[in-house]
Design a protein around this ligand. Sequence first.
Ligand code: ZN
Length: 260
Amino acid sequence: MKPEEHNGASGPQRNGGAKRNRHHDDLHYGLSASEIARRIDPKARRQGKAFRVRCLAHGGEDPNLAIADGEKGVPVFKCYSRDCSFEEIRAALATQFGIGIGPPPNTGENRERKPRGGIAALLREGYKQVAVYPYTDEAGKPLYEKIKFERRNGVLIKTYRFRRPHGRGGWIESLGDVRRVPYRLSDVIAKAGQILQDCEGEKDADRLAQLGLRATSLDELNKVDLSFIRGESVNVYEDNDVEGAGMRSGAPRLTIGRSQ
Ligand SMILES: [Zn+2]
C-alpha cells in the first residue's frame, strides 16, 4: 500500500498484517514535524509553527491535524476535528507510515539519554552549551552555575552540569558543599512582598522575571536554603508533559502551594 492512498475509508485489510504488528525496530524515529507531515502529505501546508495534514487517527479527509516540533525532540499533535489523543495519533503514524514518535524503547539512543562525564567530555561528544543559569547569593555574588547542554542524535538529548567558582578564576565541576539557593535569589529578595512564581526550569523563571514577576526555580527543596521564602504562598508552575498536553506542550500549569 502506498501511504498516500490511505484515506481511512477502506476496510482494515488495507493495512496489511506486517504493518499492523510493527515492532519498534521497524519504525523510523527522530523525524521532525515537517518530515512527518511531508511523509503523510508531500504538499502539507505550514501554518505558523505547525504543519497541517489529515488526521490519520480518525481517518479525516481535511487537514485538521497540526504537527509541530516539541520539547525533547518529540513532536506534538493537535487534532482540530475530534481532538484525537496523542496515543491514537502515535499508533496511527506507526501502523500507517512506520513513523515512531518519542525515543525508541531499549535502544542505544535511549540509553544515551543520561550522558556521563564532565563538561569537556560532553563537548568532545558533540554536545553544545545552550544556556548558563547563574545562582547567586543575596548580594548577587556568584555561588554556582547550572549549564545546559544539548545534542541531537535522532532524538534531542539534553543534559545539565553544575560548576562553582574556586575563587582563583576557574571552576570546579561539582556543587560540593556550596550553599544551595533559590534561582534568582537577589531578585526574589528585591521583590519581597510580591507573590513568588516557582517555575520548573530556570528558563521559564527568567521569562516571568522579564515580565516583572518575582520568579524562581526551586529544585531539591531539602538541599536549598528556603529561609528567604519560608511560609510564603507560592505559585508553582509545572511543565505539561508532551503526551498529555498535545499542542499545549511547554505551557506551564499552575498549582498553588505553600513553602514549608
Ligand atoms: Zn483526529
